[in-house]
Design a protein around this ligand. Structure first.
Ligand SMILES: NC(=O)c1ccc[n+]([C@@H]2O[C@H](COP(=O)([O-])OP(=O)(O)OC[C@H]3O[C@@H](n4cnc5c(N)ncnc54)[C@H](OP(=O)(O)O)[C@@H]3O)[C@@H](O)[C@H]2O)c1
Length: 313
C-alpha cells in the first residue's frame, strides 16, 4: 500500500512514519510544507493526482497550547479547516479508500461525564479557551463520517488524548503542558534550582500518552477494518497537573520550589478518555508515564541544538 502521511515532520507524523517504515510492509509518501502547503486546495489536488496514495493519515494541523489558541483563534479555526478539508476532499475525489483523521480530546464538551465516551460528542458546550481548534476538529470528524456513510469509504477519526514524546514542541510560547514543564524545570535546574512558575492551581486532571503508543494505534487502524468512524485513543488513566509537575521535577532533578500562578486559566477540570471502544478491538497503550517522561527528557537533552522553533501567527 502507498501511505501518505500528511504532517510527517510533526511529533505525531514522525512517530507514525517511523512505525510505517519499520513495518517494511508499505510504501511511505511524505511531502514537507515547503514543497506543499496543505492549506492550498489546488496544490493538494495536484499532489493526490500525481502520487495516487491508497491510504492517507492526516497528522497535519496547526497545533498549540492554551496561550496560542487564545491569541490566534482565527488561524486555529481557519487553517485547520482548510488543511483537513483539502486532505479529506482530495482523498475522496482521488479514490483513496482509507483515511485516518487525527483529532483531539478537546472535541468533547467541557463538563461531559468522565471518562469521555465517543457518543458524548456534540452533547454540550466546549471549553472556551480552545473551542476554535475543537470546532475545526469536530468538522473533520463529521466530514469523515459523512464520506463513510454516503460513499461507503473507510474514513475514520482517531481522537488521541494529550500526547508527548520525541520531536515534541518545547517552545514555551506554543507548547503543551508536559513539554513546557520539562523545559521549565530543566532551565530552572541549570539556573541554580530557581523556583518554577506553573500556570493554574495544579488541580486539573489530565491523561498523557506517549506518541509511540499513538503510532501503534494508527498502524492497528490501518490493518484492521474498524466498524465505527470515531475512536478515542488513550491510556485510560489520568494524573493531576500537580502530581505531573512533581514527577517531572523528580525526573529532572530540580530541587527548587514550584509556584502556582492561579491567575492563569486551569482549563477543563478533568479530561479522561474512555478507550474501551478501541481496546475491545484489540489495541492497548503500553508505555508507562514514568518511563515515557524519562525517555522524552533524554531526547530533549540530546536534541538541544535542533529543537523546533515554533512562531505562532
Ligand atoms: N500533540 C498532542 O498532544 C496531540 C494530542 C491529541 C491530538 N493531536 C493531533 O495530532 C495531530 C498532529 O499533532 P502534532 O502534535 O504532531 O503537531 P505538530 O508537531 O505541530 O505537527 C503538525 C505538522 O503539520 C504540519 N503543517 C501544519 N500546517 C501545514 C500546512 N499548511 N502545510 C503543510 N504542513 C502543515 C506542520 O509542518 P511544519 O513542520 O512545517 O510546521 C507539522 O509538521 C494534530 O491533528 C493534533 O490535533 C496532537
Amino acid at each position: 500500500m502507498k501511505i501518505f502521511v500528511a504532517g510527517h515532520n510533526g511529533m505525531v507524523g514522525k512517530a507514525v512514519s517511523n512505525k510505517i517504515n519499520q513495518s517494511g510492509k508499505h510504501q511511505l509518501i511524505t511531502c514537507s510544507r515547503s514543497e506543499l502547503d496543505l492549506s492550498n486546495q489546488s496544490d493538494v489536488m495536484d499532489f493526490y493526482n500525481d502520487k495516487k496514495p491508497d491510504i492517507v493519515i492526516d497528522a497535519a494541523a496547526k497545533v498549540g497550547g492554551i496561550l496560542a489558541n487564545n491569541n490566534f483563534p482565527y488561524e486555529f479555526i481557519m487553517e485547520n479547516l482548510k488543511i483537513q478539508n483539502n486532505l479529506i476532499d482530495g482523498a475522496l475525489k482521488n479514490d483513496v479508500n482509507q483515511f485516518i483523521f487525527l483529532g483531539s480530546s478537546c472535541i468533547y464538551p467541557k463538563f461531559a461525564a468522565q471518562p469521555l465516551k465517543e457518543e458524548y460528542l456534540l452533547t454540550n458546550s466546549l471549553e472556551p479557551t480552545n473551542e476554535w481548534y475543537a470546532i475545526a476538529k469536530i468538522a473533520g470528524v463529521k466530514a469523515c463520517e459523512a464520506a463513510s456513510k454516503q460513499y461507503k469509504k473507510n474514513y475514520i477519526s482517531l481522537m488521541p488524548t494529550n500526547l508527548y514524546g520525541e520531536n515534541d514542541n518545547f517552545d514555551l510560547n506554543s507548547s503543551h503542558v508536559l513539554p513546557a514543564m520539562i523545559r521549565k524545570f530543566h532551565e530552572a535546574k541549570l539556573n541554580n534550582h530557581a523556583d518554577v512558575e506553573l500556570w493554574g492551581d495544579g488541580s486539573p486532571f489530565r491523561e498523557f500518552m506517549h506518541v509511540k503508543d499513538l503510532a501503534e494505534a494508527v498502524f492497528f487502524a490501518i490493518n484492521n477494518n474498524l466498524s465505527d468512524t470515531l475512536y478515542n485513543v488513550g491510556t485510560g488513566s489520568d494524573i493531576s497537573i500537580k502530581n505531573l509537575a512533581l514527577l517531572i521535577q523528580k525526573t529532572i532533578g530540580h530541587t527548587g520550589k514550584i509556584k502556582w500562578n492561579d491567575q492563569m486559566p486551569n482549563g477543563t477540570p478533568k479530561k479522561l478518555m474512555d478507550v474501551s471502544r478501541l481496546n475491545d478491538k484489540g489495541w492497548k497503550a503500553h508505555i508507562k508515564l514514568e518511563d515515557g517522561i524519562q525517555s522524552t527528557y533524554h531526547w530533549f537533552l540530546s536534541n538541544q541544538e535542533s529543537l523546533r522553533k515554533v512562531i505562532m501567527k
